[in-house]
Design a binder for this molecule. Structure first.
Ligand code: FE2
Length: 251
């Protein structure tokens, strides 16, 4: 089955539309969303409505979604993120809140596991190091693991059968073949598709990925979108200027 994998939309409708148009063109059969649908950007309601309408969607919430719902302390956030959370709380109607309230920050199915940050601390921990990957392996029963939160396209897996070495990679736009156990099941691998609406790897293009569960492949994609239009909306909404500027630089 071919899945469109995406994360950290952050209320950026133009970037989301670019990603969903690509998924539609390529003919994905399902969607995996790794959390942070809202926060930072100017279109929370439209982004919630667009994502909740997707067929065969598996979705979780992120720390920004939880903060907007009042389920995570605002002390956790910097001043720009906090301002956006408070603004977003005023935008969402009961229906949008209800959709987000129905999601968890970690989800296991028979085919895969989703966690916004890490399996052991889904709303808060950033999966960025080999040591963290190793420490989180015991918290996962079904691989592959799809994560978000860092806004970086990354992959972690073991590079030897004895699981002594962790291979941590920044993912370019090429197909990766996921490791398998000798019985054909997927071996430990954590995959981050990057961020749709606020990339932080110095590439301003929206990031997403295709996961083919039959072939066992994962491919990151970068898609241009109208950044200036989003920046204009951020300014018109009175959100912090920094949130507009950072989109230019992919930070
Ligand atoms: Fe995020």
């Amino acid at each position: 089955m071919l899945y469109g994998v995406f994360s950290d939309v952050h209320s950026n409708l133009e970037a989301l539309e670019a990603v969903l148009a690509y998924f539609d063109d390529i003919g994905v059969e399902g969607y995996l969303f790794c959390g942070d649908l809202v926060g930072y950007g100017p279109d929370p309601v439209a982004c919630v409505e667009r994502v909740r309408a997707l067929k065969n969607l598996t979705a979780i919430v992120g720390n920004h979604d939880l903060a907007v719902l009042g389920r995570l302390e605002l002390d956790w956030f910097n001043q720009y993120a906090r301002a956006a959370v408070l603004w977003t709380q005023m935008q969402l109607d009961a229906s949008c809140r209800g959709f987000l309230e129905g999601l968890t920050a970690r989800l296991e199915t028979k085919q895969f596991t989703l966690a916004h940050g890490t399996p052991r601390n889904p709303p808060e921990e950033y999966l960025l190091s080999a040591g963290q990957f190793r420490d989180n392996v015991a918290h996962v029963r079904v691989w592959p693991l799809f994560v978000g939160h860092s806004h970086m396209p990354l992959m972690f897996r073991f590079s030897d059968a004895e699981r002594r070495q962790v291979d941590a990679q920044f993912l370019e736009e090429r197909e990766e073949v996921l490791p398998r156990e000798s019985d054909g099941r997927f071996a430990p691998a954590a995959l981050n598709a990057g961020s749709v609406g606020q990339p932080r790897d110095q590439d301003r293009r929206a990031a997403c990925a295709l996961y083919d569960s039959d072939k066992g492949t994962f491919r990151v994609l970068r898609l241009p979108y109208d950044v200036a239009a989003v920046q204009a909306k951020i300014r018109a909404a009175g959100l912090p200027e920094y949130l507009a500027l950072r989109l230019d630089y992919g930070q």
